[in-house]
Design a protein around this ligand. Structure first.
Ligand code: ADP
Length: 506
């Protein structure tokens, strides 16, 4: 096992990796930009190295500085987390060339499935069904028009290098094609520095169901079951769960075998995810492979009992995985809500400010993977994800009830958050029945965000929490010690203020 791992990331995922290291007895080195000088991830790791100014291209995206920081601190391996450099083939290669271990797949596997078109071509050779469409980038409007005609409208233009739903355009009729192609190319260039765009059939009303795979360097490739990620806004996931109401044990086995086949064809090692669209007839189509840890990995951890981040590190250190026969069917149900600094009542506008008060939920079956504390400044440099709230129950209904309870406990003062939006989803009858698909949220948003404002009875609590936050800031919060967390207050603070019993939080 390694003595020390450098974490080339920030926020909740950096903290998640620090925790995995600590449980394995491995030292952790955090990196931080100017904006993150007092961030929880930098304080919680055993060591922390400053790597540059706040913009990520001058800090978290600087491969040279990250590798240098690993060398200087004596870290033997680098965990990239998700986002930033995690899926860059060149970074994986440079880390290895520097004599370090990359905690992720080999550069060659990233190359094999890194672009959506390359992955689609590989899927074809591995007998993995893909959404009908092209496997080569489009060279002209004429070519796009011919392909769209063949597929039949509506079609979807997608950036080959795409991610995060960027560079995608739904085209419903031939007249829209030229303009949409132009726009998709422009967005792809701006987001990925690559304007390659291809076209797929636009599937109406499918679910997004993805399979977690985990492979070691000794030839074992496991499928760890599915995650349902259909609750999306603008093609971005907001709520995920495991298992999926739409997946039977038989379908789980078939999708799992398909994902394993795909991963093996790519020469894959470590944790990866095959994303599929699943239609109402139980047919599934490969979308893409994500060559990294997913944001939503905790729901798989809670229903399989496996620690995926620890396994990533153990696999990178050469350990062997158990056999597929040792992997049980998912136990119970897990749901994750992404808590972001966005104002759901105002078209999810990013909200900035200083978190003056944070109360983290607890109790049975509740997990908070957070990246912020009281005192954290939320700016616009990075992703708006503040933390992930994950609830487990022995049934889906129990998990929803628990999530609802945990969301009510979660209190964040200082920035707008998506908390109330998540509460409304948990209360939605269609969601509770599991009657969801990838367009469900867009259809439902008007009613989920209508009314806005604060539920009755919560205004007084908001004012009290704000006052409490002020006194926290003036007193106990001053200069939290290095190595501690900036999160204080919580239940104790609420009790002190006589606010806890019988009151709902913000
Ligand atoms: P990205 O890498 O940008 O996230 P994906 O290929 O993973 O792009 O697609 C993101 C989301 O867009 C999917 O989860 C799904 O909701 C939707 N989507 C992608 N391809 C199609 C398609 N062919 N038809 C309908 N929806 C699609």
């Amino acid at each position: 096992m390694f003595d020390k791992v450098l974490i080339a990331n920030r926020g909740e995922i950096a903290l998640r990796i620090v925790r995995a290291c600590r449980e394995l007895g491995v030292g952790s080195v955090a990196v931080y930009s100017d904006a993150d000088a007092t961030a929880p991830h930098a304080r919680e790791a055993d060591e922390a190295v400053h790597i540059g100014p706040s913009p990520s291209r001058e800090s978290y995206l600087r491969a040279d500085r990250l590798i240098d920081a690993a060398r200087r601190t004596g870290a033997e391996a680098i965990h990239p987390g998700y986002g930033f450099l995690s899926e860059r083939e060149n970074f994986a290669r440079e880390v290895v060339e520097a004599g370090l271990v990359f905690i992720g797949p080999p550069a060659s596997a990233i190359a094999a499935v890194g672009s959506k078109t390359a992955a689609r071509a590989l899927a074809g050779t591995a007998n993995v069904p893909v959404v009908p469409g092209t496997t080569e980038p489009l060279r002209s409007v004429h070519e796009a028009s011919e392909a769209a005609q063949r597929l039949g409208y509506p079609v979807l233009l997608k950036a080959s290098a795409g991610g995060g739903g960027k560079g995608m355009r739904v085209v419903r009729a031939a007249v829209e094609l030229a303009g949409a192609l132009e726009a998709a190319k422009r967005e792809a260039m701006a987001s990925f520095g690559d304007d390659a765009v291809y076209v797929e059939k636009y599937i109406a009303g499918p679910r997004h169901v993805e399979i977690q795979v985990l492979g070691d360097a000794h030839g074992t490739m496991l499928s760890l079951g599915e995650r349902e990620c259909s609750i999306q806004r603008r093609h971005q996931k907001m709520i995920e769960e495991a298992p999926s109401v739409a997946v039977s044990p038989e379908l789980r086995r078939r999708m799992g075998e398909t994902a394993v086949r795909m991963a093996k064809a790519a020469g894959y090692v470590n944790a990866g995810t095959c994303e599929f669209l699943l239609d109402a007839n139980g047919e599934f189509y490969f979308l893409e492979m994500n060559t990294r840890l997913q944001v939503e990995h905790p729901v798989t951890e809670l229903v399989t009992g496996l620690d995926l981040v620890q396994w990533q590190i153990r696999i990178a250190a050469g350990e062997k995985l158990p056999q597929q026969s040792a992997i049980a069917e998912p136990r119970g149900w897990a749901i994750e809500c992404r808590i972001t600094s966005e104002d759901a009542g105002n078209d999810f506008l990013p909200s900035t400010g200083v978190i003056s008060f944070l109360r983290v939920p607890g109790g049975p079956g509740v997990r908070w993977d957070g990246g912020v504390g009281a005192g954290s400044e939320i700016g616009l440099h990075y992703d708006p994800l503040l933390g992930k709230l994950i609830a487990w129950g022995d049934t889906r209904d129990a998990a929803i009830a628990r999530m609802r309870r945990a969301l009510l406990e979660l209190t964040i003062v200082g920035v707008e958050t998506s908390r109330d939006f998540h509460l409304r989803v948990m209360d939605d009858a269609e969601f509770q029945r599991g009657a969801i698909d990838i367009q469900w949220l867009e259809r439902r948003l008007p009613s989920l965000t209508a009314g806005g404002g604060m539920p009755e009875g919560e205004v007084a609590v908001a004012i009290a929490a704000a006052l409490l936050a002020e006194s926290e800031r003036a007193g106990r919060l001053a200069a939290p010690p290095r190595g501690g967390t900036a999160t204080t207050g919580g239940d104790g603070a609420w009790r002190e203020a006589g606010l806890r019993d019988g009151l709902r939080s913000l």
